[in-house]
Design a protein around this ligand. Structure first.
Ligand SMILES: Nc1nc2c(ncn2[C@@H]2O[C@H](COP(=O)(O)OP(=O)(O)OP(=O)(O)O)[C@@H](O)[C@H]2O)c(=O)[nH]1
Length: 190
């Protein structure tokens, strides 16, 4: 069966949000938590959506929460939790701070992801968006090894494995929001 059929999606919602000062996925844009737009796009593709976080405030969104197996280890820790949980060969891996994500971007990833590549992710020119991507469960032990050896930089991890960049024409859909200033700018545009 195609590894991308019935693909589940995991949204990473943990971390410190130190630049935002409060939990990033739950800050609001046009009166809605920014994560809700990501979920709306994902729902057109899959019914299996999981939020990887210890923050119980996300329960109100109505999706299962997964607690990190390795605490405080950054995005790689969240990815480990997702890959350990899934029964499928591939998963969508997304950050919670990309409020303009469109279903077209998700379809482009699905259409172009190569079966034998372990990490396929969105790019816009030279900018990498590794947390708008499709990851293979077969990375699990390498991720655990990296975490246990304190090699926590996701970009460094990716460069050590077969990866595929997928150029997304609609770069706006990859906009990510890390601070109140960036949120304010977006409010003015939207
Ligand atoms: N589950 C999980 N998700 C994480 C963790 N650290 C970061 N994330 C998520 O990974 C994505 C990218 O996070 P970053 O922006 O690099 O880091 P951050 O800690 O959220 O924010 P800063 O403190 O401002 O750097 C976001 O969706 C975060 O919610 C973690 O330890 N566990």
């Amino acid at each position: 069966m195609n590894a991308l059929a019935n693909i589940p999606a995991y949204i990473l919602c943990g971390g410190k949000s130190s630049r935002m000062g409060r939990d990033k996925g739950l800050v609001t844009l046009q009166d809605k938590p920014i994560i809700t737009n990501i979920i709306s796009s994902l729902e057109k593709i899959t019914i299996n959506i999981f939020l990887v976080t210890d923050n119980q405030d996300y329960l109100s969104l109505g999706f299962p929460l997964l607690s990190d197996n390795y605490k405080g280890r950054g995005p790689l820790g969240g990815i480990q939790t997702a890959l350990n949980h899934t029964q499928t060969e591939k998963v969508f891996m997304l950050s919670c701070d990309i409020p303009l994500l469109t279903v077209d971007t998700l379809y482009t990833l699905l259409k172009k992801a190569e079966n034998d590549t372990k990490i396929s992710f969105a790019t816009s020119g030279k900018n990498w968006h590794p947390l708008v991507g499709i990851y293979s469960k077969s990375l699990l032990s390498a991720i655990e090894n990296a975490i246990e050896n304190d090699r926590l930089k996701l970009i460094d991890f990716i460069k050590e494995h077969p990866y595929q960049e997928i150029e997304i024409e609609d770069s706006k859909s990859l906009t990510n929001i890390n601070s109140p200033e960036e949120l304010k700018q977006l409010e003015q545009i939207e």
